[in-house]
Design a binder for this molecule. Structure first.
Ligand SMILES: *[C@@H]1O[C@H](CO)[C@@H](O)[C@H](O)[C@H]1NC(C)=O
Ligand SMILES: *[C@@H]1O[C@H](CO)[C@@H](O)[C@H](O)[C@H]1NC(C)=O
Ligand SMILES: *[C@@H]1O[C@H](CO)[C@@H](O)[C@H](O)[C@H]1NC(C)=O
Length: 356
């Protein structure tokens, strides 16, 4: 993220300011506005200006709160106090210029405001004037021309870059009061047009937006408002998505749970049947042993140990070697069992081995 702006700034410095350092030679004849951008250029670098004696000296004032070309935390020259301005050269603060004085391009702030500055000042953010004063064609004047009266117009063609390449963007400024525009053809102040009216330039529309179709559009700086139904649809989308996912997972897992339960039931039934078989076998065996003549001694050696019940004791003796056989029995019987998913029956077999 960080290198890109740095590269941009570096190339910007090369293009828009000279490279001469403090104390180097320079010539004020090179001072100019760059073609296309109208940015001020001199031979000196971004922290110095070209003094009258042909030497680059450190700048004496700054135009912007955050001046271009200084290192982070570097000492920056001061902003000018009220009643003064810092010219494009940024050599030193000067007193505001009275009406009729020479001023620099787009530097309305160099001109002294009119007495009725509060009435004439542009409170929109369009840069129509500064405190009611405006610099047109390098002359200070006040933005006090009224409806259908003569006005001064200044057209500046900037080079702009769009998706389709380079194009010329003409910025037209005048000295009409706020709410009027200076018509370039008749040089008269005309009322700004409302939404939908025919237009040929942005300045004719009160929205400052003349569409390609030739009518005034909506103000592009206004925030976009969407209808309540959009919020409703978005909310339904969000909560519908959440609950849809939850319900879907619940149904999916319920089916899996039912399958698991069925498998366990099946396993339990098998085990129960097996257990019943064993019981039956044992009873048959006991009956046959009891029917032998010397039943007393046989009983004490086979069933009498550790005080266990007759039902459990024989299983304990043979459980370990039979364990794997039990698992195989389960695996063979339930063909739909997946080894990865079906861990539980195997584990329960192991538990049962210990208990038997
Ligand atoms: C600067 O200008 C002076 C006088 O014109 C000249 O003697 C000197 O060599 C110049 N210095 C450079 C670095 O060009
Ligand atoms: C130009 O003026 C500055 C400040 O007045 C001074 O420091 C500098 O030495 C001068 N340079 C020449 C070449 O006269
Ligand atoms: C309008 O401004 C001009 C300077 O641009 C000034 O000479 C003139 O007196 C002003 N007119 C009014 C009515 O204030």
């Amino acid at each position: 993220m960080f290198p890109l702006p740095l590269i941009f700034l570096a190339s910007y410095t090369l293009v828009n300011a000279g490279s001469a350092n403090k104390g180097d030679n320079c010539t004020q004849a090179d001072n100019r506005l760059q073609a296309g951008t109208y940015q001020f250029f001199d031979d000196c670098n971004s922290v110095t200006y070209c003094a009258a004696n042909g030497t680059c000296l450190l700048k004496g004032c700054r135009k912007d709160a955050f001046p271009f070309g200084y290192q982070q935390g570097a000492d920056v020259p001061p902003l000018c106090p009220s009643g003064q301005f810092c010219p494009d050269e940024m050599d030193a603060c000067q007193a505001l210029l009275p009406v009729g004085s020479a001023c620099q391009l787009n530097r309305d702030d160099e001109c002294a405001p009119p007495p009725n500055a509060a009435d004439l000042a542009d409170t929109t953010s369009r840069g129509l004037n500064v405190n009611g004063a405006v610099c047109l064609n390098n002359v200070c004047m006040w933005a006090n021309a009224t409806l259908n009266n003569d006005c001064t117009v200044e057209n500046t063609p900037y080079t702009a870059y769009g998706a389709t390449g380079e194009f010329i963007d003409i910025v037209s400024r005048g000295n009409c009061v706020v709410g009027l525009y200076c018509d370039a053809a008749t040089k008269k102040c005309l009322q700004e047009k409302e939404f939908g009216a025919a237009c040929t330039a942005d300045k004719e529309c009160s929205s400052w937006n003349c569409l390609a179709s030739g009518t005034c559009g909506v103000d592009t700086s206004l925030p976009k408002h969407v209808g309540t139904w959009v919020y409703v649809v978005v909310a339904i989308g969000i909560f519908g998505g959440i609950f849809g996912t939850l319900c879907g997972l619940f149904l999916l897992h319920r089916r899996q749970r039912d399958q698991e339960r069925e498998k366990r039931m099946q396993y339990w039934r098998e085990q129960n049947a097996f257990h019943q078989n064993l019981l039956q076998m044992r009873q048959t065996a006991r009956a046959s042993i009891l029917s032998l003549p010397n039943n007393g001694s046989a009983r004490s050696t086979m069933y009498g140990r550790d005080g266990m019940s007759p039902d459990e004791a024989p299983i304990l003796q043979h459980a370990a070697p039979k364990g794997s056989g039990l698992r195989h029995y389960l695996g063979d019987d339930s063909s739909e069992y997946d080894d990865g998913v079906m861990m539980e029956p195997t584990q329960s077999v192991r538990r049962d081995e210990g208990r038997f």
